[in-house]
Design a protein around this ligand. Structure first.
Ligand SMILES: *[C@@H]1O[C@H](CO)[C@@H](O)[C@H](O)[C@H]1NC(C)=O
Ligand SMILES: *[C@@H]1O[C@H](CO)[C@@H](O)[C@H](O)[C@H]1NC(C)=O
Ligand SMILES: *[C@@H]1O[C@H](CO)[C@@H](O)[C@H](O)[C@H]1NC(C)=O
Ligand SMILES: [Zn+2]
Length: 402
């Protein structure tokens, strides 16, 4: 099995991620957004992309993880599976747009007067229409009805009260016979809600009065209003739709360390792998079954190599960091662990924000240089003395600092 080598021919890891990113954007934009592509095809494409990113070697970080936004621990690749999901929502949204011949035809063929929101899925519905109906639940969380007189909304079945229908609010056990077949127009007059005549509870009456009537629209329209997104003024936006369907995760604490302003890309990616604990140190290679001639750390040549050892238990690495820290940060934290050092930087009060930023840049640059030194020793048989490494870090920090 090939290991993702330091000197892997051609593009670097970061370069390969960027290339895949643009290929995926093109696929998403020109293909997936307009037709439903089978899931198996999508997974195949994603598999090819992942293989390319890892250069045919060990996939140290799963594809799903890479596809998370940077804040949530990914590198911000777009998941084609989620793009496909969003395309399904887009299809359902298009169906809801009144007036298109396609939706009129679908409605007359399959709905036949039944209400879109409660219609059960028949076996003989076409595949796209089944897809639309299965995506109703998610769709309704992202849309809102802009009403003029509420004329077209079914009083009982349509979700017109903050995204819910009367049927859902009152429950199916309620006898809705008094409301069946009515539209919202029946409880609007002179541009205001008149729920009194229908004996709603006071609370429900109040909720109904909260539903906005917009006299300026020509007729009722659906507007695209997913939670947390305000752009677009009601127009469909694929980006917010993607955001709606993609999986969400907690933010990572080390975001500034990895993706903060100024850090060179190659350093971002070594910091990223370090934060996730996915650098392929010799202990991990052994666990993946890769034959490693010697489990020892090539810097100190005494202890076994692991991420914890390299960053920063190893006395060689530690000497490089401690020297800089003394010189530029006015001290050295006690713990020889990169997370603890990050915490120490964050806890150093009395400095400007730019101080912490520079300190994090310095730490990330040190990580990259140590990792590079380790790779050069292993794969190229070259070795640089710590003094020169220190010097190289200094000049990189100088270039990156504000
Ligand atoms: C689908 O099947 C139902 C009965 O289950 C039938 O009433 C309807 O006509 C069929 N629709 C189409 C489009 O074939
Ligand atoms: C949309 O419908 C398809 C089934 O056709 C389903 O696999 C998918 O999960 C649905 N998407 C959402 C966001 O509910
Ligand atoms: C170092 O790694 C080797 C091989 O995995 C193992 O046999 C040895 O016990 C390890 N030494 C220490 C100190 O952990
Ligand atoms: Zn060591």
């Amino acid at each position: 099995m090939r290991v993702e080598g330091w000197q892997a021919a051609g593009l670097s890891f970061g370069g390969r991620i960027e290339l895949v990113q643009s290929v995926i954007s093109a696929i998403a934009l020109f293909w997936l957004q307009s037709i439903m592509v089978p899931l198996a095809t999508i997974r195949k494409i994603e598999g090819i992309c992942a293989k390319f990113i890892w250069h045919g070697g060990i996939h140290a970080i799963s594809w799903e993880q890479l596809c998370r936004p940077r804040k949530e621990g990914g590198v911000g690749l777009r998941s084609l599976v989620s793009v496909r999901e969003a395309a399904g929502i887009k299809l359902a949204w298009r169906f809801l747009q009144d007036g298109s011949p396609w939706s009129a035809w679908m409605a007359s063929r399959y709905l036949r007067g039944r209400n879109f929101w409660v219609c059960e899925i028949d076996n003989n519905f076409s595949v796209p229409f089944k897809h639309i109906l299965r995506n109703r639940t998610v769709l309704r969380t992202a849309i809102r009805r802009k009403m003029r007189e509420g004329g077209e909304m079914d009083l009982w079945l349509d979700p017109w009260i903050s995204g819910q229908s009367l049927l859902e609010i009152l429950g199916p056990q309620t006898d809705g016979v008094a409301y069946r077949g009515l539209t919202c127009r029946h409880i609007i007059s002179g541009g205001v809600w008149r729920p009194e005549e229908y004996r709603f509870t006071a609370q429900l009456g109040e909720e109904i009065r909260q539903v906005q009537i917009t006299p300026t629209v020509l007729s009722d329209v659906w507007v695209w209003a997913p939670p947390g997104h305000s752009e677009g003024a009601g127009e469909f936006r694929f980006r917010s739709c993607y955001d709606l369907v993609r999986p969400h995760f907690d933010d990572i604490e080390e975001y500034d360390f990895v993706w903060g302003k100024g850090l060179a890309r190659k350093m971002q990616l070594s910091a990223y792998k370090l934060v996730l604990g996915r650098l392929l140190t010799r202990d991990r290679l052994l666990r993946f079954g890769v034959p490693v001639p010697d489990p020892k750390c090539v810097l100190c040549e005494t202890e076994n190599e692991s991420i914890g050892h390299l960053f920063f238990q190893c006395h060689v690495t530690w000497s490089i960091w401690a020297e800089q820290s003394r010189r530029h940060l006015g001290g050295v934290g006690r713990e020889r662990d990169f997370r603890e050092i990050l915490k120490w930087i964050g806890d150093c009060r009395g400095h400007e924000q730019s101080w912490a930023r520079r300190a994090r840049l310095r730490l990330a640059a040190s990580v990259w240089h140590v990792w590079r030194e380790r790779n050069r020793r292993i794969y190229e048989g070259l070795s640089t003395p710590p003094v020169s490494i220190l010097h190289n870090i200094e000049s990189d920090v100088l270039v990156m600092s504000p």
